[in-house]
Design a binder for this molecule. Structure first.
Ligand SMILES: [Zn+2]
Length: 264
């Protein structure tokens, strides 16, 4: 696969998911927006485009290069164990999701990382556009870690592609303001992360925010003791306590936020 094809494929999955969850959340929202959706979309998609132009193109090429190199040279943990190809794909996705859980937890407990990650949490409402509202600094570090993991695992391109596609679609679903049917929420909780679970993670209440770190699988929170379920969904206030003024959450402010006053 050429870098061009890789970028087009990733953009199609992102664009398809964005459109799908936008239509669903417009048709069946779980609550009315408290601030203008249009203004938030301008900011969130503005950040997404900016990050993509600066970062994604470089990292897409790097991921392609590293995965081609490790598979051609039989480097990495997965090459040491004789396993069927499908098992390698599953291990790649599950292992990368576990490390993402650890990385997300660190983003909440390490003050320096929280400076960057809080940009994501300052969104005053949640919808599908929140899924890609991240500070460039956070993405630069996490993409570098992912490159290292692809090398360490010896993950091939299809495994990385399945992981990234699942990640994008899972993040879009759980951030969306869609009121998912109760039965789907219930079934989804067992293995995956439904919107109600991730909404608790975006609460202004710090005890609730420091829980439910999972992105694709909910099993890490369940087994590692960070799962919080019993929260009244109607009472969740979304955002960061110290960042409640919409006028101070424009694109420019968000870009310099990690370097300004520390807010828990
Ligand atoms: Zn978080």
């Amino acid at each position: 696969m050429s870098p061009g094809e890789f970028v087009v494929l990733r953009m199609s999955i992102f664009g398809g998911g964005l459109l799908l969850f936008l239509l669903l959340e417009l048709a069946a929202p779980y609550r009315r927006p408290s601030v203008s959706k249009f203004k938030r979309w301008f900011i969130n998609l503005g950040m997404t485009v900016f990050n993509s132009l600066v970062l994604r193109l470089i990292y897409s090429g790097a991921v392609l290069g590293v995965s081609a190199y490790v598979t051609a040279n039989q480097i990495g943990l997965l090459q040491l164990i004789p396993l069927p190809y499908w098992a390698r794909l599953v291990i790649t996705v599950v292992f990368l999701d576990l490390i993402l859980w650890v990385w997300h937890l660190l983003n909440h407990v390490a003050p320096l990382l929280w400076r960057f990650h809080r940009v994501h949490h300052t969104d005053l409402n949640m919808d599908v556009s929140t899924a890609t509202r991240f500070h460039l600094g956070e993405l630069a570090i996490s993409e570098s870690i992912k490159l290292g993991l692809v090398f360490f695992l010896g993950a091939d391109l299809l495994g990385v592609l399945i992981f990234e596609s699942s990640l994008v679609l899972a993040a879009q679903f759980q951030h969306s303001s869609l009121k998912a049917p109760a039965w789907l929420e219930r079934v989804w909780w067992w293995l995956f992360v439904p919107p109600s679970m991730h909404r608790i993670h975006h609460s202004v209440v710090i005890r609730e925010r420091n829980s439910n770190y999972g992105t694709i699988l909910s099993i890490w929170d369940r087994f590692l003791g960070t799962l919080v379920k019993e929260v009244n969904q109607d009472h969740i206030k979304i955002g960061v306590g110290g960042h409640f003024d919409e006028k101070k959450l424009g694109l420019g402010r968000l870009l310099i936020m990690p370097f300004t006053r520390y807010v828990r």
